[in-house]
Ligand binder design. Structure first.
Ligand code: UD1
Length: 433
C-alpha cells in the first residue's frame, strides 16, 4: 500500500486551487436518477469516492461520460474540475449492492431517488464504519412518512411505494445531512407538498436544493431547518456546477496555520465555513476573503493560542474539521478542549498525534489538548479520511520525518494532496508500492 513521506519544517507559501466538494458532488450525482434527462455536473473532483459513485450509478443503468481529467483545461487560477454527464434514461436495476455501499456509505443516497421514480429500491445496509455505527434509521423513518413500506431482508433495505410516494410532514428526530438529502430528492418527485422540519442546513444541502430547482423542482426555505417541497410528476436534466469544498478549504487553512505559512486558496469562499473561520481567528490566524474566490490565510510569526471547539451541525464547527483543528492545537499555547458530539468514535488520530509528541487526554467525547513546543516526526496511520489528513498536517510542522500509511483514505477525499502541498514548498512525496 502507498505511503506519504513528509519532512516537516518550513512554512508553506503559495497558491492552492480548491476542488469541487466531495460531499456535494455525491448527492448531486444521485439526483440524476430523478430524471430521464441529462444532468451535467461541472467542478467534479477527481477522487476515489466519485469513481465508486460512478460505478454504482452505472450498475443502476445510468450512462456516464466524463470530460477533462482534472489535470488539463485549467483556468487562470489552475482550476480544472471535470464535467460529468449523467443520463438515467431508463433505470436498469433498483438494487445497490453491498460491495459498493460497503465501500462508501453515501451510496445510501440512491434510496430516495429510486423509490420516488421507480416506486421500489433495494439498498444494502452500510454497516458500521471506523468512526461509529452510523445507522440509517432516520432515512428510513422519514421515507415511511412519505408512504414507503420498508423491510429489512438479508442485510438489505427493501423499500416499496405502490402508487408512488406522497407528500407529508417529516420532523427529523436528529439532524442528519444524508437523511435530509435523501428526503429532499424523494419529495421532489412525490405527490403533493412535503415539509421537512429539523432539516440539516449544511451548505451541501443548499447546493443539492439549487440543483434540484434547476431540474424543475420547487423548494422553499433554502439554508433554513424547514424545507418545503412541492412534488412534481417529472424533473428535467440540467447543467450545474458543484460548490467548492469547504473542508478542503479549511484543511489548507490549517496547513498555513500550523506551518506559519501564507497560502492563497482560489476558487473558494469562507462563507460556507461556518464557525471554522471564527475558531481559526481566535487562535491568531489571519484570514482575508476577497469575496471573489480568493482566500488568503497567514500567520505572522507569533505562536498560536489554544481555543475550545465543539462539533455540532452547521453553522457550528464541523466534525469533518475536528481532527485538523486538533493538529493545530497540538502546538498552540495553553490548553484547548475539543468536544465531538456528532460521531462517537472520532478520536482515532489522538494516539497517532500522541506518538508525534502531542499531549492529549481523552475523557468521553472530549479531548483536552495541552500545546507542546514542537511535534516530532514518526511513522503513523489512521483509519479515516479526516484523521489521515490531520497526520499529514502535523507532519508538515513536525521536526524530522513522518510516514503516513493507509493513504487510500486520503484518496477518497483530497484531490492531488501531495502535489498541491509540494507546490507550496512542502517536502512531501508519495511512495508507491
Ligand atoms: C455527512 C458527511 C460526513 C459528515 C457528516 C456530518 C457526506 C457524504 N458525508 O455524513 O462527511 O461527517 O455528514 O456532518 O456528506 N445518524 C443516525 N441515523 C441515521 C443517520 C444518521 O443515527 O439514519 C447519526 C449518525 O450516526 C451521526 C449523526 O446522525 O452520529 C449525523 O450523521 P449524518 O448527518 O447523517 O452524516 P452523514 O450524512 O452520514
Amino acid at each position: 500500500m502507498d505511503q506519504i513521506r513528509i519532512t516537516g519544517g518550513g512554512p508553506l507559501k503559495g497558491t492552492i486551487a480548491i476542488s469541487g466538494a466531495k460531499n456535494a458532488a455525491l448527492p448531486l450525482m444521485c439526483a440524476c436518477l430523478l430524471s430521464e434527462g441529462t444532468l451535467r455536473l461541472g467542478n467534479i473532483p477527481h477522487l476515489a469516492d466519485i469513481s465508486t459513485a460512478v460505478h454504482l450509478l452505472a450498475q443502476l443503468g445510468v450512462t456516464v461520460t466524463m470530460n477533462g481529467d482534472g489535470q488539463t483545461a485549467k483556468d487562470a487560477d489552475g482550476h480544472a474540475g471535470r464535467v460529468l454527464s449523467l443520463t438515467a434514461g431508463q433505470i436498469a436495476s433498483t438494487t445497490a449492492d453491498y460491495e459498493l455501499v460497503r465501500k462508501m456509505r453515501a451510496s445510501v443516497l440512491v434510496l430516495g431517488p429510486l423509490l420516488a421514480r421507480e416506486h421500489e429500491a433495494r439498498v444494502s445496509l452500510p454497516g458500521g464504519c471506523a468512526i461509529g455505527t452510523r445507522p440509517v434509521d432516520i432515512h428510513l423513518g422519514a421515507l415511511e412518512e412519505l408512504g414507503a413500506e420498508i423491510e429489512l431482508e438479508d442485510g438489505y433495505v427493501v423499500a416499496r411505494a405502490p402508487g408512488g410516494l406522497r407528500g407529508g410532514v417529516v420532523r427529523f428526530p436528529q439532524v442528519s445531512v444524508g437523511a435530509t438529502e435523501n428526503l429532499l430528492m424523494a419529495a421532489s418527485l412525490a405527490k403533493g407538498e412535503t415539509v421537512l422540519e429539523n432539516a440539516a442546513r449544511e451548505p451541501e444541502i443548499t447546493d443539492l436544493a439549487n440543483c434540484l430547482i434547476a431540474m424543475g423542482a420547487e423548494i422553499e426555505g433554502l439554508g433554513s431547518d424547514r424545507l418545503v417541497i412541492q412534488g412534481k410528476p417529472t424533473l428535467n436534466g440540467a447543467d450545474y456546477s458543484v460548490m467548492p469544498d469547504r473542508i478542503e478549504t479549511g484543511t489548507y487553512m490549517a496547513a498555513a496555520a500550523l506551518t506559519g505559512g501564507d497560502l492563497t486558496l482560489t476558487g473558494t469562499t469562507t462563507s460556507t465555513l461556518g464557525a471554522v473561520v471564527e475558531a481559526m481567528e481566535r487562535t491568531g490566524v489571519e484570514i482575508n476573503d476577497d469575496g471573489n474566490g480568493r482566500v488568503r490565510v497567514w500567520r505572522n510569526g507569533a505562536r498560536l493560542k489554544g481555543t475550545d471547539v465543539t462539533t455540532l451541525p452547521f453553522p457550528a464547527f464541523p466534525t469533518d474539521m475536528q481532527a485538523q483543528f486538533m493538529a493545530i492545537m497540538a502546538t498552540a499555547e495553553g490548553a484547548s478542549l475539543i468536544t465531538e458530539t456528532i460521531f462517537e468514535n472520532r478520536f482515532m488520530h489522538v494516539p497517532e498525534l500522541t506518538r508525534m509528541g502531542a499531549d492529549i487526554t481523552i475523557n468521553g467525547n472530549a479531548a483536552l489538548v495541552r500545546g507542546v513546543d514542537r511535534l516530532k516526526g514518526a511513522p503513523v496511520m489512521a483509519t479515516d479520511l479526516r484523521a489521515s489528513v490531520s497526520l499529514v498536517l502535523a507532519g508538515l510542522a513536525a521536526e524530522g520525518e513522518t510516514v503516513v500509511s493507509r493513504v487510500y483514505h486520503l484518496d477518497r477525499g483530497y484531490e492531488r494532496l501531495v502535489e498541491k502541498l509540494a507546490a507550496c514548498g512542502a517536502d512531501i512525496e508519495r511512495i508507491r508500492e
